[in-house]
Design a binder for this molecule. Structure first.
Ligand code: GDP
Ligand code: IMO
Ligand code: MG
Length: 443
């Protein structure tokens, strides 16, 4: 078939199958904590539904509104603007954390219209215990958030998960727990832990109680999203973590246990890839990482400390100090490839004010060779030395800049250089945590 004919068919299918509503996927382009919460809160104004598609309460997404700061771990970041909030079946949910988070928001006067997919995996206390025991036993630590994420995903893939819908079915939950408990007790004992955590705490009653509290929120997320799009309501898929924490494409083993790139949104949510309109990447003007694992541009000097203090680089979930370093365009480009970004939001440009020069890593040196794409092997990646290009800094306070032209010339040159290196438009630049500290570069 001629390419022209194939294209014509594709177009017909596209037009028929693709309603005018917008389906946007947003993901983190580095090692997490890029400022996704802030950007989602801003975008949420244009979306009717905001949905989390992977990860769990290892995520910590910050939304700042006036003098209030919301740190969201499971509730999607569209909460403050009143969107329909959904948690997809690919998320692992600690229902108690979720219930408490919803109540805190409600007590602040926020209306939380939440749906949780019936098939969402539940993080049980034994997952958290196993996560802690395993991490303690590792000679080379990952630095997990101790939220039981990895072990909950293990149970999903080994088909021994407890799902959200099971918490509303006493007989089924009892049967499942009976089946699962001996293996969990043994695993905990084998790792030197206290197996009584599995039974003695009355898991059945505890989880039926929480199921009762959340039962009105149980829904079919795939169906809701597809109907919303058909109904011309816009849907925003909120990624957690970032590209290099991805279980496949990240820096194994120093990664999380879910698929963090944009492609995963469709698979996890049950939405066809043809429905995707935009893929937004959120990227920090420098780079941070919390937990272990290589990061070639890490600065263990005064500049790194300055970035940490000025950028408030302490974990939203664990409070751990984040490691900071210069912008890594080699990783940045890989992230663009992994996600297929149609546009990007650059955050925390204000943190670089006062640094001169500002360095951008444009290649790595490894074993005497220069490479411009990260190697597949994590141990090779750990040996990569950054090769930098220097950009002139600026000293002017940019936290009140309202338009792109308000930025000093050197700040604009920095943004444009990143845009060149990544090959993607940077359509928003963030210069502070607040909503109005954002510059939209609409042409
Ligand atoms: P997320 O996990 O990607 O949502 O990011 P986090 O919320 O964990 O971390 C980002 C932190 O930076 C939060 O404390 C935000 O309030 C803050 N933040 C976001 N954008 C900016 C910005 O442009 N400048 C500064 N100084 N802080 C920002
Ligand atoms: P958001 O969504 C930054 C890191 C942990 C650890 C590794 C594995 O806020 O960007 P896990 O508990 O997931 O098994 O830990 O992943 N990590 C994050 N780092 N931001 C996050 O989420 C993270 N979620 C997990 O620090 O190195
Ligand atoms: Mg975070």
């Amino acid at each position: 078939m001629a390419i022209g004919a194939a294209l014509a068919i594709t177009t017909v299918i596209y037009v028929v199958g693709h309603p005018t509503a917008m389906f946007t996927i947003l993901t983190g382009a580095q090692f997490g904590d890029e400022g996704k919460g802030k950007v989602i809160d801003l975008l949420a104004e244009n979306y009717d539904v905001v949905v989390r598609f992977q990860g769990g309460d290892n995520a910590g997404h910050t939304v700042v509104v006036g003098d209030k700061t919301y740190k969201l771990h499971l509730v999607p970041s569209g909460a403050i603007l009143g969107a329909r909030l959904l948690i997809g079946p690919g998320v692992v949910v600690n229902p108690k954390v979720l219930y408490d988070e919803v109540n805190v928001l409600k007590s602040e006067g926020i209306k939380v219209d939440l749906g949780i997919d019936a098939k969402t995996s539940i993080i049980m206390p034994y997952h958290i215990e196993l996560d802690k025991l395993r991490e303690n036993a590792r000679s080379q630590k990952i630095g997990t958030t101790n939220r039981g994420i990895g072990f909950a995903y293990v149970d999903k893939f080994s088909r021994e998960e407890i799902q959200m819908q099971d918490l509303t079915d006493p007989l089924l939950l009892e049967e499942k727990l009976k089946e699962i408990a001996p293996a969990k007790e043994k695993a905990i004992s084998d790792m030197g832990g206290d197996p009584s955590i599995v039974r003695d705490r009355g898991l059945l009653k505890e989880y039926l109680d929480i199921g009762e509290k959340l039962k009105d929120n149980v829904t079919d997320v795939s169906l809701e999203i597809n109907l919303a799009l058909e109904d011309e309501r816009n849907v925003l898929a909120e990624g957690a973590q970032g590209a290099f924490l991805d279980i496949i494409h990240g820096t194994q083993k120093f990664v999380t246990s879910s698929f963090t790139t944009a492609g995963s949104a469709c698979a996890n949510l049950g939405v066809g890839p043809v429905m995707v309109d935009n893929v937004v990447g959120v990227i920090k003007a420098y780079i941070t990482r919390v937990g272990e694992g290589p990061m070639p541009t890490e600065l263990k000097d005064e500049i790194g400390l300055k970035m940490r203090e000025k950028g408030g680089e302490y974990g939203t979930t664990t409070g751990r100090a984040r490691r900071c370093g210069w912008f890594d365009a080699v990783l940045g480009l890989k992230s663009v490839f992994l996600n297929g970004y149609t546009e990007m939001a650059l955050t925390k440009l204000d943190v670089l004010t006062g640094l001169d020069p500002i360095k951008i890593c444009v290649a790595y040196e490894i074993g005497g060779e220069t490479i411009d794409y990260p190697p597949e092997s994590t141990s090779d990646f750990a040996r990569c030395k950054p090769l930098y290009e220097d950009m002139p800094g600026w000293t002017e306070d940019i936290t009140n800049a309202k338009s792109y032209d308000d930025l000093p010339e050197n700040a604009r040159s920095y943004v444009e250089r990143l845009e060149d290196l990544l090959g993607v438009d940077i359509s928003a630049v963030s210069v502070g945590p607040a909503r109005d500290q954002t510059i939209f570069r609409e042409e």
